[in-house]
Write a protein of this length. Structure first.
Ligand code: AMP
Length: 219
């Protein structure tokens, strides 16, 4: 199955993608995570990503395409993928259609998570992430251990992402509204979009998603 998790920054795409990986048996393809690890490697490409990411702008399409081509050609994403934070422009959606169609695949579902800017600010500004393993916490809803040590990997690198500061979040939201939201009409025309309320307990939102795409689960 090929599924796009769609929604503004802070809608919970990354968190839901990780839960859906277990249920659907296909890997998460998160361009934001891939760019952060490239940036952490200190490579020239990572530096180019950072110019845009640190100010809440979208990375240019041609750089994103290079990342995605390599991933889709890999073994892990051969049976399908959960796309998280991609595609973010109509040009990216068209490029993805082409790449998938070369493999005899097509996007089966686009799940659009519905959430207001106020909810997003509440979620994202309190978010903290382990810079070693990527585990996320929230100061109020799932606080990091008081020891400051990540409960998953034991690292003490739990910090706020640069792009989770309020001014950057507002700019990322504007980029979503102007460049990414229009991508929905690309998929509406194909009849694959479902809208799901993104506010609530994590498991509740997951159940809404699986119900909306017609996947049976045990829970
Ligand atoms: P995310 O973690 O998905 O919210 O992405 C963080 C940042 O990475 C975004 O604000 C963009 O600067 C960049 N980014 C991630 N995915 C894409 C994409 N598909 N197209 C352009 N920029 C992206």
């Amino acid at each position: 199955m090929d599924l796009v998790l769609f929604g503004p920054p802070g809608a919970g795409k990354g968190t839901q993608a990780k839960l859906l990986v277990q249920l659907l048996g296909v890997p998460q393809v998160a361009t934001g995570d891939m760019m952060r690890s490239e940036r952490a490697s200190g490579s020239e490409l990572g530096k180019r990503f950072d110019e845009f990411m640190s100010v809440g702008k979208l990375v240019p399409d041609e750089l994103v395409l290079q990342l995605i081509e390599g991933t889709l050609a890999s073994e892990t994403a051969r049976e399908g993928a959960i796309f998280d934070g991609y595609p973010r422009t109509t040009a990216q959606a068209e490029a993805l259609d082409k790449l998938l169609s070369n493999m005899g695949r097509t996007i089966d579902h686009v799940v659009s998570l519905q959430i207001t800017l106020d909810h997003i600010l509440d979620r994202v500004v309190g978010r903290r992430a382990c810079f070693n393993c990527g585990q996320t916490y929230h100061l109020r809803y799932s606080p990091p251990p008081s020891s400051g040590v990540c409960s998953v990997c034991g690292s003490s690198q739990i910090k706020q992402r640069k792009d989770d500061h309020e001014d950057v979040v507002r700019r990322r939201y504007e980029a979503y509204k102007s460049e990414t939201e229009p991508v929905l009409s690309h998929y509406e025309a194909k009849g694959v979009v479902v809208r799901v309320d993104g506010v609530g307990e994590l498991s509740e939102v997951t159940s809404r998603i699986t119900a909306a795409i017609g996947v049976e689960t045990d829970g």
